[in-house]
Design a protein around this ligand. Structure first.
Ligand code: PLP
Length: 338
């Protein structure tokens, strides 16, 4: 597997750290928990989209684009990292934000990621929940083309075979890091949404014959749909890499029991997981993805899904900025100035 064949621009601080979570492991009574800090990719507070954007933005530049269009939920981390990447590369950026939650709290509609989209100079337009966002982007792109601009459309979450190369690269990074540390990784767990992260990891880990199983904790779609999305993208990614069809359905496992009422809607488990990791490890998770991912991991640990002496790596995909969009979810007393 020779990833250097694919055009890439450097946007992130890599390799990201792989660290033990000693206090959390002890608190939960095992397994041995580790964290891969992709919240520390460095671009505008970091996150998993930065790795995908290294390949997507290289493609945009190769195609002579002058503006990038992408889409996401109001508090999209992908939109924020895309806006920052465009700023760095001197590209214009237009973001379509879908109102998936119906929240009207100005903290949600204007702070957190939205504030940062604007700081990076992106323009924003909004769409109602349930809109066909890919079609909306295509329509905006068509209009721009008619005025002589050269738009490059990045799908939601940056999840296509080009973006997924970022997580093929991450798989390679993780396997190298673990072998340098003498660490046998028994499981890799992370939050899965638009599927590019899990698809890239699965493609990369299978191509490397690593034997490391990946467990995606879903944040939106039900399990059959999520697994089908990840499998289809992993297969396309392996083909894009020029490899034979190595990915099999059993390589793709998602658990979608921790979504709660829907995408971006807080759950009790998420709130408890965010608090616990903040208090035990000094690490901030996010309310939409990594908090629900960790809630799933903690619950599955309680159910004995992992051996006490196994090494479980949680991939922290970032998104902490989203905490500022959810000031009420954590029930912090508003009247104390502590
Ligand atoms: C986008 C995102 C994910 C999910 O990654 P996908 O590649 O969309 O599945 C997980 N965590 C955070 C913080 C994200 O922003």
């Amino acid at each position: 597997m020779n990833l250097a064949r694919f055009p890439r621009v450097r946007l992130g601080h890599m390799p990201t750290p792989l660290e033990p979570m000693e206090r959390l492991s002890k608190h939960l009574g095992g397994p041995k928990l580790w964290i891969k800090r992709d919240d520390c990719t460095g671009l505008s507070t970091g996150g998993n989209k930065t790795r995908k954007l290294e390949y997507l933005c290289a493609d945009a530049l190769a195609q002579g684009a002058d503006i990038v269009i992408t889409q996401g939920a109001t508090q999209s981390n992908h939109a924020r990292q895309t806006a920052a990447a465009c700023a760095r590369l001197g590209l214009a950026c237009h973001i379509l934000l879908e109102d998936r939650t119906g929240y009207t709290d100005p903290a949600y509609t204007r702070s957190g990621n939205v504030l940062m989209d604007k700081l990076h100079g992106a323009t924003i337009s909004r769409r109602p929940g349930g809109a066909d966002m890919q079609a909306e982007m295509e329509a905006v792109a068509e209009e721009m083309r008619s005025t002589g601009r050269k738009p490059y459309v990045i799908p939601g979450g940056g999840s296509n075979p080009i973006g997924a190369l970022g997580y093929v690269n991450a798989a390679q990074e993780l396997v190298t890091q673990a072998s340098d540390m003498g660490l046998r990784i028994d499981h890799l767990v992370h939050a899965t949404g638009s599927a590019g992260t899990q698809a890239g990891l699965v493609a990369g880990l299978v191509a490397l014959n690593s034997g490391i199983p990946v467990l995606g904790i879903g944040v939106r779609a039900p399990k059959p749909k999520q697994e089908a999305n990840v499998l289809a993208l992993a297969e396309r990614t392996i083909a894009h890499l020029g490899l034979p069809p190595l990915v099999r359905p059993e390589h793709v496992v998602a658990n979608c029991d921790y979504v709660g009422q829907g995408y971006g809607i807080p759950t009790q488990g998420m709130v408890e997981a965010v608090r616990l990791v903040a208090e035990q490890e000094g690490i901030l998770l996010d309310p939409v993805y990594s908090g629900k991912g960790m809630a799933g991991l903690i619950d599955l640990i309680g159910k004995g899904r992992f051996g006490k002496d196994e090494n479980v790596v949680f991939l922290h995909t970032g998104g902490q900025v989203g905490l500022f969009g959810y000031p009420d979810a954590f029930g912090l007393p508003a009247d104390t100035a502590r």
